[in-house]
Write a new protein. Structure first.
Length: 422
């Protein structure tokens, strides 16, 4: 059995020791390199593995005296005995500096900071400016007053509840969206290492235990005009002047959504082929939609084409007088002047009811004309087949029907009813 070494070194031997590793006892070693550089190391066994931890220089201006080196070795031995992994003082200082830096980062990064970064990173993938603005506005209104300037790592359930409780029952749709946005931001903060633990904005298994569940409401239908009244209405609309009237007429003839018409650009139009191709990013279903244009729809576009004075491909079909695209209010106000209580969107329902009750076109053709997703295998077949030509015939028939002003008695408009087409 090897003899245990205890205080084997002396101040003189420290100065005169040759290259190699010289034991002093208690795990302390003097390490001398061939260059003559001398340093103290502590030998520790951690998890069955031998590790050498530096304790400082043994020579020069910064030399650690032998007595001090023995004291440091005893400290490392105590750490190892307590189950801690000994580290060099330099490494410890680096760890402490890193921990201090992380603590400073956590304390200096507020919920607002993380929210701004999250929105900036993700808004490019959001469909429209309105959605981007809603994110900023709802957080500014409902979240920031309660915890916008609190370090994101300190945001807790009590903060989230303070933001949600005042609006949970009075503005349920807004409250639900705010909760989801807060949850996303706090999840992002956790990924960035800015917080730990469960997300205080999580619904299932957390907030659902303290907030009442929202009642499910069916969306109100858009008030629609009976299709039998459409020809009489269109007879009056054709006589109206102004860009709003033409945009409204075009929207009705194409069975389009208001946003699709307002966002339309000349680059989407092929007048010779009488086709309007709406890009996927502007469609509700996220798919490209081709719209066959009836002769009257083409005539409307030729009528407004001179307004595109520079001939720009990105110019809106229906420009506002002050520049840019027309506002949705222009069509709504035009409609309101002619018949109150009816919505622009409701004409999609008028079209769908007319197609179902007055034509023999198939369900798939009618649904595709509205850019509705067909939930069966027939959709792919119709896309590959004669769907477009059938839809052209359908839209021509709709335009002819809309032009038959004598179809309603005296061109009057009947009372409104609920609509279902979306």
């Amino acid at each position: 059995m090897p003899r245990k070494v205890h205080n084997a070194l002396t101040p003189l031997s420290v100065k005169s020791a040759k290259p190699g590793r010289h034991a002093d006892g208690g795990g302390l070693y003097l390490q001398v390199k061939p260059s003559g550089a001398r340093s103290w190391v502590y030998r520790a066994t951690v998890a069955g593995k031998v590790r050498y931890i530096g304790l400082g220089s043994a020579a020069g201006a910064d030399a650690v005296p032998l007595a001090k080196a023995r004291e440091l070795a005893r400290q490392k031995a105590s750490e190892a005995a307590a189950g801690n992994i000994p580290v060099s003082d330099r490494k410890r200082r680096a760890q402490e500096a890193k921990a201090a830096e992380q603590a400073s980062r956590l304390a200096g990064t507020t919920f607002r900071d993380v929210a701004d970064a999250y929105i900036s990173l993700n808004e490019g993938g959001w469909k429209n400016d309105k959605h981007r603005q809603q994110w900023r506005n709802t957080l500014e209104t409902y979240a920031y007053p309660h915890f916008g300037d609190i370090p994101v790592g300190e945001v807790g359930t009590e903060h989230v509840m303070a933001a949600l409780k005042p609006i949970w029952t009075t503005k349920p749709e807004t409250a639900s969206r705010v909760r989801g946005r807060i949850e996303n931001i706090l999840d992002a903060a956790k990924v960035e290492g800015l917080r730990t633990g469960e997300n205080p904005a999580r619904w299932r298994g957390h907030l659902d235990k303290v907030l009442p569940k929202r009642a499910r409401h069916t969306r109100g239908h858009h008030a629609a005009m009976p299709y039998s009244s459409v020809p009489g209405f269109m007879e009056r609309l054709v006589e109206c002047e102004g860009i709003g009237a033409r945009a409204l007429e075009f929207t009705i003839l194409t069975a389009a959504r208001s946003g699709e018409t307002l966002g339309a650009r000349w680059s989407e139009i092929d007048l010779e082929a009488a086709v309007w191709t709406v890009p996927a990013e502007r469609m509700k279903a996220g798919k490209v939609h081709t719209v066959p244009l009836s002769p009257r729809a083409v005539a409307i576009l030729r009528e407004v084409q001179p307004l595109n004075k520079k001939g720009g491909a990105d110019a809106p079909l229906f420009p506002a007088s002050h520049g840019g695209a027309l506002s949705g209010m222009a069509m709504a106000m035009q409609l309101r002047r002619l018949v109150p209580g009816v919505t622009v969107h409701g004409f999609r329902s008028s079209f769908r009811d007319w197609a179902a009750e007055c034509t023999s076109f198939s369900h798939e053709v009618c649904e595709m004309a509205l850019a509705h997703t067909i939930g069966n295998k027939a959709e792919a077949a119709y896309r590959r087949g004669a769907l477009f030509m059938k839809r052209r015939k359908l839209m021509d028939a709709w335009a002819n029907y809309c032009a038959a002003g004598s179809a309603t008695e005296g061109g009057t408009v009947s009372p409104i009813r609920g609509a279902t087409a979306a």
